[in-house]
Structure formats: C-alpha cells, structure tokens
Design a protein around this ligand. Structure first.
Ligand code: DX5
Ligand code: ZN
Length: 234
C-alpha cells in the first residue's frame, strides 16, 4: 500500500487507538494481537529501545518481523534509538509501515525522513517532553506522522504529562490537518479527552489497554471519548 493510501485510511478511521505492545504478554504475543484486533484496534505501535537513547532495552527486528507475520494491521514503529538512520532499511524490511524517529537522536532529521519515505514507509518525527515544538518545525513538510511524547520515553506505565496538551495544539496548528498527530505515554480514559480536544488523531495506549480484562470495551470507550472531544473542538 502507498504512503498516501495508508495516511488517507488512517485519517478516515481517526480517532484511533494504537496498541503499544510493550505492555502485552510477550509469552502470548499472537493471542494478544488477535485480541486487540478483535477489540477494534486498527494500528499496532512497536517501541524499539536500544539502552543508549533511552535507559532501557525492549526489542528489535525479530519481534517486528514476528508481529508482521501475525497481523495485517499497520505497524507504527517508534525508534527510541541512537543513529536511527542506520537501521531504516532493516525495519522497513521487517514490516514497518510507519517509522518514527526522535528529533533528539539525529543532527538533522530531514535526510532521515526522506529516506524513510524513499523506502515506501510513512515518516514520523517525535519529541521528548522537554523538547520545544519549534525544534521539529523545519521538518514537518517531510512528515506523515508527528508524535508528541507525554512521558519521557523508555518505560511504559508512567504518568501523563499535561504539558503535552499545549504541545499537541501547537503542532496541530504548525503541521496542518493532513499530518497524523499522535500522542504516547500515560494515555487512558482520563487523558484521552484533552488530547483529542487538542487535535490528536492517534492515541497510543500500553498499560491502560493491556491491564484491562475486556480490551473491546476499553477501545470502544476510548474511541467514544476521543470522538466526543474531537467533535467539541472549535
Ligand atoms: C514509552 C513508549 C510508549 C509506552 C506507552 O517509552 O514509547 O509507547 O509504551 O505505554 P503506557 O501507555 O504504559 O504509557
Ligand atoms: Zn512509543
């Protein structure tokens, strides 16, 4: 599928809950993916951590490949790694549909974003809570997705930083309506509303989703709240 088609499909389906697999039961990966698919999740978020860019190690290419063999959902790969430009081809070959890099991890995001697009994937930029929105302004024309981190990256289960709401508003205005605006970290039934009102389209949830007994009810409630706050946007 082309990047344009994928972007159009995701926009049409917004607001969307993305499942952050970091919080799933990896001993039952296939079953967890089936359950989130049946719950109505339309995109899977994969958190790759290298122990350098962030002080934690999660998983890498073999898990992305395994998820690709298990699901037809778009794979939104969030690279929390140093020198992401060295691994783009591998993550694309492993099945990534969207590849997001951190602005803090590269001297200039533009060539890296261009290469992601040249590989046929959607290009994403993300920024840590202390990084101002202005730091990504010069590369927004090359982005299919902008991800606002609402926690310091590296760990699931952290508390949502409300400063992300203003940053979402700013980035929605700066990036325009065609970019998919995502938010990641501490997303739950309590925090989804303000993020939707601020212009987010994609709500990445890990702990709040995988701690539920009933994933379907959670996804329905999240989507309903996001829709009502999106509709109330002025
Ligand atoms: C944080 C990751 C997030 C995280 C979200 O470094 O990028 O995707 O797993 O998890 P929760 O929803 O637990 O904050
Ligand atoms: Zn993430």
């Amino acid at each position: 599928m082309s990047i344009a088609q994928l972007s159009a499909d995701l926009h049409a389906a917004a607001p969307l809950v993305g499942a952050s697999l970091l919080a799933c039961d990896f001993a039952n990966l296939r079953q967890e993916i089936r359950q989130v698919e049946q719950a109505g999740v339309r995109i899977l978020h994969l958190d790759v951590m290298d122990g350098h860019f962030v002080p934690n190690i999660s998983f890498g290419l073999p898990i992305v490949e395994a998820v690709r063999r298990t699901s037809d959902l778009p794979l939104d790969v969030h690279l929390m790694i140093c020198e992401p430009g060295c691994y783009l081809k591998q993550f694309r070959s492993a099945g990534a549909d969207l590849i997001t890099i951190h602005v803090e991890a590269v001297p200039d995001p533009r060539p890296v974003l261009e290469e992601i697009r040249s590989l046929g994937a959607g290009a994403g930029i993300t920024l840590n809570p202390p990084t101002p929105a202005a730091d990504v302004e010069a590369c927004l024309d090359l982005c299919d997705l902008v991800l606002v981190m609402s926690v310091m990256p590296g760990f699931g289960g952290q508390e949502f930083d409300p400063a992300a709401v203003d940053k979402l508003c700013r980035l929605r205005a700066m990036a325009g309506p065609d970019v998919l605006l995502s938010v990641d970290g501490g997303i739950s039934l309590e925090t989804v509303g303000p993020c939707a009102a601020a212009g987010a389209d994609l709500f990445v949830a890990g702990t709040a989703l995988f701690s539920q007994d009933n994933y379907g009810r959670f996804v329905d409630e999240m989507t309903g709240l996001a829709k009502s706050f999106t509709d109330a946007r002025v």
